[in-house]
Ligand binder design. Structure first.
Ligand SMILES: Cc1cc2nc3c(=O)[nH]c(=O)nc-3n(C[C@H](O)[C@H](O)[C@H](O)COP(=O)(O)OP(=O)(O)OC[C@H]3O[C@@H](n4cnc5c(N)ncnc54)[C@H](O)[C@@H]3O)c2cc1C
Length: 176
């Protein structure tokens, strides 16, 4: 059996997630298109198309090159055949960028409805998960985070759900 290494799986995915968590550069948005609950949302992921997207691509390119340098030195084993993706034909900056644009993706959308301080104009939610300006409405999901909470975001979302349950029960106890 020969092993191949695949940057998208072994590198691109963790690197892009890790980079995204730390960089906070190109980000998309979700806008309301009207006041009604059935009004469609305007969801724009933007990917690398935001103003600072090229910086994200440059950072990922640099990370891929460094990792190639590290892992390339380890592949002298007869059991490892070589790099499958992007593959040895992808070498120049332009070729690596094209690979990044075509392959790097994210499905951990979050932070579109952030919790934050009273003086933060982007803070949709207060510290009790309540929507500012709307009585009796809370949001508890991956959108509530002010910043990407980590590499995998489901567990942190479960954690804030537990916290929110405590907040709701405490509020109900005060009313009764
Ligand atoms: C392909 C894929 C793979 C992923 N892999 C991982 C992973 O390995 N690890 C990880 O940590 N995260 C992973 N994620 C991310 C993770 O699944 C999400 O971040 C997480 O589920 C978000 O939780 P949420 O409660 O915000 O939203 P959701 O889990 O999407 O929950 C929203 C719920 O609302 C319901 N709903 C929607 N509209 C209505 C409506 N009008 N009325 C009533 N109910 C409604 C939906 O049916 C759904 O049950 C992955 C995501 C995708 C898409």
């Amino acid at each position: 059996m020969l092993f191949h290494y695949h940057w998208l799986g072994a590198l691109g995915y963790p690197l892009s997630s890790k980079h995204k968590k730390r960089s906070d550069l190109s980000r998309g948005f979700v806008n309301l298109t009207g006041p009604g609950p059935q009004d469609p949302l305007n969801i724009q992921k933007l990917r690398f198309q935001a103003a600072q997207g090229p910086q994200d691509v440059a950072d990922l390119r640099e990370a891929l090159k460094r990792a190639r340098g590290i892992i390339g030195g380890l592949t002298v084993s007869p059991w490892i055949e070589g790099e499958t993706s992007p593959g040895s034909r992808v070498q120049t900056d332009d070729e690596i960028d094209e690979y990044i644009y075509e392959n790097v993706f994210g499905h951990h959308a979050c932070c579109t409805n952030k919790m934050g301080a009273d003086d933060d104009p982007m803070a949709v939610l207060d510290g009790n998960f309540s929507v500012r300006g709307a009585a009796g409405l809370r949001v508890v999901d991956a959108s509530s985070w002010p910043d990407v909470p980590g590499y995998f975001i489901t567990t942190p979302t479960y954690m804030i759900s537990e916290k929110a349950a405590d907040v709701v029960i405490a509020a109900a106890s005060r009313r009764s």
